[in-house]
Design a protein around this ligand. Sequence first.
Ligand code: ZN
Length: 129
Amino acid sequence: MSKHLTPAERSQLEARLRERLQSLRARMSTQLDGLSRAEHAREVLLQDGDDGPQRDADREVDFAMTDREGAEFAATEQALARLAAGTYGECADCGADVPYARLALEPQALRCVACESVRERTAPRTASL
Ligand SMILES: [Zn+2]
């Protein structure tokens, strides 16, 4: 088990992961109920502060989830599984401790910054293994 997170940090991150998973799930079921495209687009704008691949995401708004949300959902589930297994906070690729500062920004992060940037170069669109 990774020891660099205090129990308080760990439980705080876990709470945020659960919250995020719930809101992603809520969005999936809302979309099944037929949320209008305009409403969904507004939600994306409100919830997603990033200005990066937003144009790509907008084009995919008609489909159930954007790639980005799908990847985030999978990563959030994985992070919770790793919390349960006691491996949360260790880089999934190299095993290094992922600093709390990074996890606080992105609780679902599964890799250290170095490994993540390698992945983003080699597989820019999907987070699947
Ligand atoms: Zn790493």
